[in-house]
Design a protein around this ligand. Structure first.
Ligand code: IPM
Ligand code: MG
Length: 356
């Protein structure tokens, strides 16, 4: 098949890890006779430096015209001034919103060979296999009013947590559809004992659940969910939640896997177009050293093949190659290796196993 893939490597280690993922995609294309056309665009801090804005118009246009977008990471201390008018993260939020990517899908399935890296006891991590579906274009991140005002008593800042029935329904629907193909359990996470938006969330989730009699729906308050992720993680199958809760819970969930460096994500909307990115950040402390772990981005490329291009077999081949490389002890520095592989060596180790 022919597909066009827009790359937005971004900042810090972004370009290094995206390069390895691109090489993996090229290897897959060569092996299976696909034609992937790659273009590269600015997003985040590098776009602020070059163009004064975190999401330039031509980047958005290229993303809209592509079949999928593969992103590295955005941000870094250089752009961290709290007084700054433009911030790299705005580019990420703006592109998610502009592309209508309302569903952020983050699978968490720790690799047995990395279990020793998890801060949890091995028996708490064994068998963990769940996916968090985080609402991505609503809630506190985007609600209005938003901003600051001066009052006689001092400054006041406001963010608004707002959800429409429609926004809740489409994300919960996706959760049920995914659960149907998995272990058939949806955990809807809210704060319905306090928040009105959560009470609507729960009501809509119950309504959607009626269309899926084969899938069990449970509700969990976000605070106890945070606890259960540590105490009973293997019990979860599909977790669905609003934007801010999902942001927090996915970082917590990531710890189960032992390293942020190995986790991928997909941001999906109505059509096939999706944005794929590792869940780690730009890691400015190790940027440019060639030691970053490319696995999260390579697994994000696998998700790209699965969700945007419908290439399930190719996606699985990448995932199998990653597992095989990790199991064989090919580890980058973040995985605690005594003789760590470089970013390029790790990419190579995965491509070698892809060829087998
Ligand atoms: C994430 C990140 C972003 C978010 C930041 C960088 C804006 O934390 O993808 O989880 O909060 O969505
Ligand atoms: Mg986050």
């Amino acid at each position: 098949m022919k597909a066009s893939i827009a790359l937005t490597p971004g900042d810090g280690i972004g370009p290094e890890v995206v390069n390895e993922a691109r090489l993996v995609l090229e290897a897959v294309a060569k092996r299976e006779g696909h034609q992937f056309n790659f273009t590269e665009h600015l997003l985040g801090g590098c776009a602020i430096d070059a163009k004064g804005t975190a999401m330039p118009d031509d980047t958005l246009a290229a993303a809209q015209a592509a079949d999928a977008v593969l992103l590295g990471a955005v941000g870094g201390p250089k752009w961290d001034d709290p007084q700054a008018k433009v911030r790299p993260e705005q580019g990420l939020l703006a592109i998610r919103k502009a592309l209508g990517l309302y569903a952020n899908v983050r699978p968490v399935r720790p690799y047995p060979s990395l279990a020793k890296l998890s801060p949890l006891k091995p028996e708490r991590v064994a068998g963990v296999d769940f996916v968090v579906i985080r609402e991505l274009t609503g809630g506190l991140y985007f609600g209005t009013p938003k901003g600051r005002t001066q009052t006689p008593e001092g400054e006041v800042a406001v963010d608004t947590l707002v959800y429409t029935e429609k926004e809740i329904r489409r994300i919960v629907l996706l959760a049920f559809q995914m659960a149907q193909k998995r272990r058939k359990l949806v955990t809807s996470v809210d704060k319905a004992n306090v928040l009105e938006s959560s009470r609507l969330w729960r009501q809509v989730a119950i309504g959607v659940g009626k269309q899926f009699p084969d899938v069990k729906l449970e509700h969990q308050l976000v605070d106890s969910c945070a606890m259960r992720l540590i105490t009973h993680a293997p019990q979860f199958d599909v977790i669905v939640t609003e934007n801010m809760f999902g942001d927090i819970l996915t970082d917590e969930a990531a710890v189960l896997a032992g390293s942020l460096g190995v986790l991928p994500s997909a941001s999906l909307g109505e059509g096939k177009l999706g944005l794929y990115e590792p869940i780690h950040g730009s890691a400015p402390d190790i940027a440019g050293k060639g030691i970053a772990n490319p696995v999260g981005t390579i697994l994000s490329a696998a998700m790209l093949l699965r969700y945007s291009l419908g290439l399930e077999a190719e996606a699985r081949a990448i995932e199998a190659a990653v597992s095989a490389a990790l199991d064989a002890g090919c580890h980058t520095a973040d995985l605690g290796a005594r003789q760590p592989l470089t970013t390029a060596q790790m990419g190579n180790a995965i491509r070698e196993r892809l060829a087998q």
